[in-house]
Ligand binder design. Sequence first.
Ligand code: HEC
Length: 250
Amino acid sequence: MKVFNKLLILVLLLSAPLMVQANESGVHLDKAPIDLQNTASLQRGAILFASRCLACHSASYMRYNRLLDIGMTEKQIKKDLELPEDIKLGSTMQSVMDSNSAKLAFGVTPPDLSVIARSRSADWLYSYMRSFYVDAKSASGWNNTTFPNVAMPFPLADLQGSQALHLENVNGHELKKLVIETPGTLCADGNPSCAAAYDNTVADLVNYLVFMSDPSKLVRAKLGYIVIGFLLLMFGLVYALKKEVWKELH
Ligand code: HEC
């Protein structure tokens, strides 16, 4: 029983930071479907990140050649990320925009995104990229329910389309609801599952941001399997040896 109590306390202590993280922002966060084993999703996310985010943000701790770890070849990295032919793949991901012009344009410098998944959490990012709405009162024309009054214009507006904020009164509580007003390109040809297609696109992007915030995690996980495999093999061998040695003594 004592052991059980101790275990319970340990579990509670370990989960405390998670609870704090969930309550911090006060807004509801959707669960991000993260799967670091899904290299196709990570690759799609990397391509999206390069084409949609590097215009304003850098990822100064991330080197292009780290993308080899998610199954891309050097040729693919250059071609799919539309990098100049003479770029060194060992260089870090730098924004096209320098921070002074960014500050002039947006009033704030877009932060480095290398470890954003660790500082904000995957669920926050997944919710953030899905909660932009049109707001005529904001300088960029956009606002966001996860990050109110954010200075960032919505970089995936062509894909999702534009949402409007509707306030509904449910049992005396004001409920914020986002409704698509103009459908995006994912809805072209009347695609009925375009909302799910957009969620999948954001999932790929966030999956990549999680990978980028700790790229060696994949290598560590692989190493873990190798170590466990080795231990199992050794156990089998040692057990067989023990049986062999003790056979005659029994
Ligand atoms: C046109 C420039 C621009 C582009 C493109 C852009 N951002 Fe931003 N982003 C900003 C600015 C400016 C801020 C700062 C907003 C603020 O603090 O109000 C920001 C803030 C953020 C934040 C919040 C950081 C924090 O913790 O405060 C995240 C996350 C983010 N961007 C992710 C992305 C992702 C992912 C993409 C690509 C899909 C992207 N951004 C594309 C300009 C941009």
